[in-house]
Design a protein around this ligand. Structure first.
Ligand code: MG
Length: 265
């Protein structure tokens, strides 16, 4: 624990499920705060602002400041602001993404864009797809905020950015070039830079192997997998978690006796 200077938490499925706090999350976050380490909360959902997530956590009784929230829309805006070579951007996404891009000073257009950015868009229509399709056929850069194909909801999920990427890949015979959200190493490096820490000083805690744990392991951070549904580790897994627990409430006990820390915990 002495070497750990930051905890990076996934939100949905880790800290809360939909609108309900997960049992023990408040106590675990209080324990994390008592260690005096930095904290980040990272979500791939680009539809809501960092203020929204900070408020949501505060209303659930968890301390969180806006600066500690990382959303895929916000990091995409920061990334594009610093990479001017992407030129004029056409975003497929909702008002929040557009707002983040505008606030960052990223130039937007629906006429001959240099770059298409695909995102989670519940107001997607044929016209938006066609603007992106024509731009990609003419060689525009092909980026996305997040890779998730479905956003989990109590009703069975919402079609997410990954499925819109797939439609454009199928119709243009191209492949998306950069996906900014989890599990990209680009995002991991942006978080490390913001924390001003080395990867071995950070722990990612999340319930998805292919997003949260992969985010951690590809840059050398530690990964704690919350295996809520008692799943087996896939045999062909490339990025193995360092620790496996059943719930966020078990996190403090992982560190209470270092001799006990192992994968069969
Ligand atoms: Mg999750």
């Amino acid at each position: 624990m002495e070497n750990i200077k930051a905890f990076i938490f996934d939100l949905d499925g880790t800290v809360y499920l939909g609108d309900d706090l997960i049992e023990g999350a408040r106590e675990t976050l209080r324990w994390v705060r008592s260690k005096g380490v930095q904290v980040r909360f990272v979500t791939n959902n680009p539809r809501f602002s960092r203020d929204f997530y900070a408020n949501k956590l505060n209303n659930l009784g968890i301390d969180a400041s806006v600066e500690e929230i990382v959303t895929s829309a916000n990091v995409t805006a920061i990334y594009l602001k610093n990479e001017e070579a992407y030129g004029n951007i056409y975003p497929i996404g909702e008002a929040q993404l557009e707002k983040e891009l505008k606030n960052a000073g990223v130039p937007l257009t629906d006429k001959q864009p240099d770059t298409v950015v695909v995102s989670f868009d519940t107001a997607l229509d044929y016209e938006k797809l066609m603007i992106a399709y024509h731009a990609l056929r003419k060689g525009a850069n092909f980026l996305a905020t997040n890779p998730d194909t479905v956003c989990p909801t109590p009703d069975g999920g919402l079609i997410d950015a990954g499925a819109i990427i797939a439609a454009l890949e199928a119709s243009t015979n191209r492949k998306v070039e950069e996906v900014i959200g989890k599990p990209s190493s680009l995002l991991a490096k942006m978080i490390l830079k913001d924390l001003k820490l080395q990867s071995e000083q950070c722990i990612v805690v999340g319930d998805r192997l292919n997003t949260d744990i992969k985010l951690a392991k590809q840059v050398g951070m530690k990964g704690v997998w919350i295996n809520t549904h008692h799943e087996e580790l896939p045999k062909d897994l490339v990025h193995e978690p360092d620790y496996i627990i059943r719930s966020i409430k078990d996190l403090p006990s992982l560190f209470s006796d270092s001799k006990k820390v192992n994968k069969s915990f």
